[in-house]
Design a protein around this ligand. Structure first.
Ligand code: SF4
Ligand code: MG
Length: 321
């Protein structure tokens, strides 16, 4: 099957007074229609900037996509005009954020915002769009949708706002939905409901999903492919079974060990990876993980590892291989 999304050597840098921050520095991955991929890594690993680059929403300046290609349905979206991109954004590619207020407009009712998208992208008549907005709110599990549709975002609870944002994101039946830590701020029950909602989207509409998370439990439940990022670079890319069953990168090992093991004794509960991520303004020609790695060799201090395909579909950037 042809790829829906192909990200090739993406580099997104930030030009600050203190220096160039290489927030994303050579990311590669691809996604087929209907597939779900997780992007995991600590904060500052470049997960969100990768997503914003795909949406072409990187704040410019100080940010800039300095290199790479992003093919969506075979078209390099980095070469589209802003006008053409607006037709794709919110229509073929949608994004949901950790904080719904980032994408909900506080001065419009939830219904008005959904209707706006339906009229602009799907060329619906107003009346038809209002009926569709109610249906969408029902679909994401908002009770009394018919009256709720006329409420403002601040009249919704946190969990309902998240649902409203998802309703808006799926209004135009996007081929790709990017979710940036959509459940982090929510309590466990609502988290589970939102994940269910995403699973249904995938099942019923064949929506491809990129799930950005630091929660490997979410990855295990939802994703087929996983990209592990560290310091702006991809360190491991594989299917979810291999990630948990046969992970190869020392950073991935560290992430897996840092999952809380509820039933183990206290000492084994949390095993944070020692040390700190490198300063993205001062990246050296070494492995970015070298100062935290228990397996480093001489070459790791001298040369940045390039990704190798260890098995079909399993790519790892590490000198151990
Ligand atoms: Fe560790 Fe070397 Fe692999 Fe980097 S390249 S993760 S330092 S073994
Ligand atoms: Mg983030």
């Amino acid at each position: 099957m042809a790829e829906l999304l192909e990200v090739v050597n993406l580099k997104t840098h930030f030009f600050t007074k203190e220096g160039i921050v290489k927030a994303v520095d050579g990311v590669n991955f691809s996604l087929k229609p209907g597939q779900t991929m997780g992007i995991v890594g600590e904060s500052g690993s470049g997960k969100s900037i990768t997503a914003l680059s795909i949406m072409r929403l990187v704040p410019t300046p100080p940010g800039k996509i300095v290199d790479g290609r992003i093919y969506f349905n075979g078209r390099d979206i980095l070469r589209l005009s802003e006008e053409e991109m607006r037709k794709i954004r919110g229509n073929e590619i949608s994004m949901i954020f950790q904080d719904p207020m980032t994408s909900l407009n506080p001065v419009l009712t939830v219904g008005e915002q959904i209707v706006e998208a339906l009229v602009y992208h799907r060329k619906m008549k107003k009346k038809e769009a209002w009926a569709e907005a109610v249906e969408l709110l029902e679909k994401v599990g908002i009770p009394e949708a018919r009256s709720r549709v006329k409420h403002y975002p601040h009249q919704f609870s946190g969990g309902m706002r998240q649902r409203a944002m998802i309703a808006m994101a799926i209004a135009c039946n996007p081929k790709l939905l990017i979710a940036d830590e959509p459940t982090t701020a929510l309590d466990v029950t609502i988290q589970a409901q939102i994940l269910d909602l995403m699973r249904n989207l995938k099942k019923n509409y064949g929506t491809a999903i990129i799930m950005i998370t630091h929660d490997l439990g979410v990855v295990a439940e939802l994703c087929e492919q996983v990209l592990v990022m560290y310091a702006g670079t991809p360190v491991e890319f594989t299917d979810v079974k291999t990630l948990f069953g046969n992970p190869k990168h020392p950073y991935t090992w560290g992430l897996l060990q840092s999952i809380p093991q509820l039933y183990d004794d206290e000492k084994q509960r949390l095993k944070p990876i020692r040390g700190m991520p490198p300063d993205l303004k001062n990246m050296k020609e070494c492995c970015p993980f070298v100062n935290r790695c228990d397996y480093s060799k001489a070459i790791c201090h001298r040369m940045r590892p390039v990704a190798k395909e260890l098995a079909p579909g399993h790519r790892v950037a590490c000198h151990l291989y």
